[in-house]
Design a protein around this ligand. Structure first.
Ligand code: HEM
Length: 448
């Protein structure tokens, strides 16, 4: 076995480094990159001594390496989402689940979900105030939650209402428990883990009712929701998914898919209000029934404001040669999505919000990585992009979004995802009225 070689890093004690990561996670990453280059060590709670990488060749190598060499690190996600969650399984178990659950999120099925997303967006936006500033994060959360409840859980009526109440609380607490180093003991219903277990029992009871109803549904094989597909799907050996697998994976899909998509949409609003020229072109484009700039805008929002700032792997083989480094078994590796997206060599003038960089060109799979990569790349990436596209299209079609000259909103960590600190505040007017303020602001931006 080759001798271990690891990059350099700060020698500050773990609690100091951990404190910095908690208080200023992006600032500390930028500083460490300036000091040590594209790879460095950190020593932080939850991950321990981890190698952080942001060189595209090393990132590509890590993402494409076989899961036998490097695969997931189960932090507390398995504790929160269950032992059968994507985030808790690896190797063959993970491969089997991917094979079954990738198809529902592609092709014909996605088109079926598009109508659901538009309905939910129209319904939510009908309640938006006009001419008065409000935070869009809450509304975006409701749109993505309702869309996912229908597309994934196939839930409506009493079960949907129960899940709509329960899931935001469960996800919020879960996001905190994943990053907070609290003892995992259940000290009754007032303790964090006690509350979590209570939520989970309620969730399981609702899922049991949904499964029982689905099994009795004579039209089950015509349904497009993921639960119906799970109940009918078969592994290569002919067996079906177990009740535990179905429950854990439904919760995983919801948790991974709802807040990430909503926070990205809130960032889209935040960025667009500060770029009136882009906003005006997008409004013209929607009127023309086209979508190229909108799709590029979503890619650019995800580049400049990746809501998940990094993804993680752990070396499972006795050792791994990763670019310049020889990593020992058990080594944790963090891919900094944030740093790679801010790399001047890959994205000239990286802090500038410029959707045109993606007009007519697809981003590179290992340089534009808001959905991670390789065998663990986000399973819902196409769903999320469809959803963001439809929500943004609906917004631009039905409303004028007022630009602002206020400073950009700061990044705020919600535990797992980063959102705009003020929730992506917006002022909207229903279309058909004035577009003057937008045109004036766009002209002022051009003159500047
Ligand atoms: C803008 C929205 C989203 C973002 C930014 C996002 C981001 C990510 C990232 C960074 C990962 C880790 C990938 C890796 O380790 O390489 C991931 C995994 C995952 N995401 Fe997403 N995601 C989004 C939406 C969704 C949606 C809508 C769903 C489902 C409906 C979903 C389901 C999952 C699942 C199941 C995994 C685990 C995959 C595995 O381990 O095999 N995500 N996502």
């Amino acid at each position: 076995m080759n001798a271990v070689t690891l990059p350099d890093g700060p020698s500050l004690p773990r609690f100091v480094q951990g404190g910095l990561v908690l208080v200023a996670p992006l600032w500390i990453m930028r500083r460490l990159r300036e000091r040590y280059g594209s790879a460095f060590m950190v020593n932080i709670p939850v991950f321990g001594e981890a190698v952080v990488i942001s060189d595209p060749a090393e990132v590509k190598q890590l993402f494409t390496t076989s899961p036998e060499i490097a695969d997931n690190l189960d932090v507390n996600l398995g504790m929160v989402l269950g032992p059968n969650s994507f985030f808790a399984i690896s190797g063959e178990a993970h491969r089997r689940q991917r094979k079954l659950l990738v198809p529902p999120f592609h092709g014909r099925r996605l088109r079926a979900y598009e109508a659901i997303v538009e309905e939910e967006a129209v319904r939510e936006m009908a309640t938006w105030p006009q001419g008065r500033e409000f935070a869009t994060l809450g509304p975006m959360m409701r749109i993505t939650l309702n869309a996912i409840l229908r597309a994934v859980f196939g839930a409506d009526g009493a079960e949907a209402a129960a899940l709509r109440d329960l899931l935001p609380a469960l996800v919020k607490l879960g996001s905190r428990l994943v990053v907070l180093p609290l003892p995992r003991t259940d000290l009754g219903r007032w303790s964090p883990w006690g509350r979590m277990h209570g939520y989970r029992r309620e969730y399981d009871a609702t899922i049991d009712r949904l499964i029982a109803a689905a099994r009795q549904d004579p039209g089950l094989d015509e349904r497009d929701d993921v639960l119906a597909l799970m109940l009918q799907s078969r592994y290569d050996d002919g067996s079906g998914m177990s009740r535990g697998e179905i429950g854990d994976q439904l919760l995983t899909l919801l948790t991974a898919g709802h807040e990430t998509t909503a926070t990205t949409l809130a960032w889209a609003v935040e960025r667009l209000r500060r770029h009136p020229q882009v906003l005006r072109r997008l409004a013209d484009e929607v009127d023309a029934g086209e979508s190229q700039l909108r799709e590029a805008t979503i890619l650019e929002v995800q580049r400049v404001r990746p809501v998940i700032d990094g993804t993680v792997r752990q070396v499972h083989a006795p050792s791994m040669q990763l670019g310049r480094w020889t990593l020992p078994k058990g080594q944790v590796v963090l891919v900094s999505i944030y740093l790679i997206h801010q790399d001047e060599a890959l994205f000239p003038n990286p802090r500038r919000f410029d959707p045109d960089r993606f007009v007519g060109s697809r981003p590179d799979t290992y340089q534009w990585i808001p959905f991670g990569g390789g065998a663990r790349r986000c399973i819902g990436a196409a769903f999320a992009q469809m959803e963001m596209n439809v929500v943004l299209r609906t917004l631009l079609r039905d409303f004028t979004l007022e630009p602002t000259s206020e400073r950009g909103e700061r990044w705020h960590s919600r535990g797992v995802a980063f959102c705009p600190a003020k929730g992506g505040r917006a002022v909207v007017h229903r279309r058909g009225g004035e577009r003057r303020s937008l045109d004036q602001a766009a002209q002022a931006e051009a003159a500047a």
